[in-house]
Design a protein around this ligand. Structure first.
Ligand code: GDP
Ligand code: MG
Length: 295
């Protein structure tokens, strides 16, 4: 007899439902101007989320931190993704950057508040989720260690957003410099008890998944290179940056950690990042708020 009840199909059902609805993801980028934030976003999604700057007129440097959101609808093999990218031009660009973290934290909390308001409404059918699911924090490729501004920002934000620190423009450093820099950054992060996003490990993970996650963690903080133009190398087109001594190929894992970052952020952990935002970061914010208001 056929004893299969059928609830083993539940994961597939969820999957099909989300496929129909399409997926949605909100990513924030933070870092001094010129560190390659817009370029990396274009490289990650292989599209011009940000138009090529060379065609635009030079912008006035902002006097305060701005919050700019760009929405792009992407489709790949019939799967739709609505991507919101939040840029924060002006961060770290002033003489005094002491409170640079503040408008960014406020933005994240305002988005939590908007979600909370909708949850409290009678009709919760049409909840729009504008919460920030991950924040790519760009560390300048100094080769030294974290700056006070980096530490301050991460300490202020880590309980509110999934923090993913990256070493910007890592092609400007040698392999040895990157290795030393990474080690010092990780020391600073653990000394300051900063919580960065790490792929969770589950008891019943298969060895392959465990190995994959281990490799991702070993590369943190990801040393990235961005490039939205292709160049010709041995009759092959690659996304890379040309130097007198050769080419840095963005998609080559021996050259940088771009592939590992994309793997985690898009291919394997996008849903995890959304879940952690909802179940832990937002939930903590919500319950603290209720306690504070005496409910
Ligand atoms: P943003 O201000 O942080 O958004 O920086 P942009 O993406 O506009 O990049 C600023 C400049 O740095 C541009 O001229 C880019 O071509 C260049 N750039 C972007 N990414 C990289 C990188 O990974 N390595 C190097 N060497 N240059 C980069
Ligand atoms: Mg930019």
């Amino acid at each position: 007899p056929n004893c299969f009840v059928g609830f083993a199909n539940l994961p597939n059902q969820v999957h099909r439902k989300s496929i129909k609805k399409g997926f949605q993801f909100t990513l924030m980028v933070v870092g001094e101007s010129g560190l390659g934030k817009s370029t990396l976003i274009n490289t990650l999604f292989n599209t011009s989320v940000y138009p090529n700057k060379e065609h635009l007129e030079a912008e006035e440097p902002p006097k305060t931190i701005k919050i700019e959101t760009i929405t792009t609808n992407l489709e790949e093999n019939g799967i739709k993704l609505k991507l919101n990218v939040i840029d924060t031009p002006g961060f770290g660009d002033f003489v005094n950057n002491e409170t640079s973290w503040k408008p960014i934290l406020e933005e994240i909390e305002t988005r939590f508040d908007l979600y909370l308001e909708q949850e409290n409404k009678v009709n919760r059918k049409k909840i729009v989720d504008e919460r920030v699911h991950a924040c790519l924090y760009f560390i300048a490729p100094t080769g030294h260690s974290l700056k006070p501004l980096d530490i301050e920002f991460m300490k202020r934000l880590h309980h509110r957003v999934n923090l993913i620190p990256v070493i910007a423009k890592s092609d400007l450093l040698t392999e040895e410099e990157v290795a030393g820099f990474k080690a010092r950054i990780m020391e600073d992060i653990s000394y300051n008890k900063i919580q960065i996003y790490r792929p969770p490990i589950y008891e019943n993970d298969d060895p392959e998944t465990l190995q994959e996650n281990k490799e991702i963690v070993l590369r943190m903080p990801f040393a990235v290179v961005g490039c939205d133009k292709e160049i010709e190398m041995k009759k092959k087109k690659v996304r890379g940056r040309q130097y007198p001594w050769g080419i840095i190929d963005v998609d080559n894992e021996d050259h940088c950690d771009f592939i590992k970052l994309r793997q985690m952020l898009i291919r394997t952990h996008m849903e995890e990042l959304r879940e952690y935002t909802n179940e832990v970061l937002y939930e903590n914010y919500r319950s603290n708020k209720l306690i504070a208001s005496g409910n």
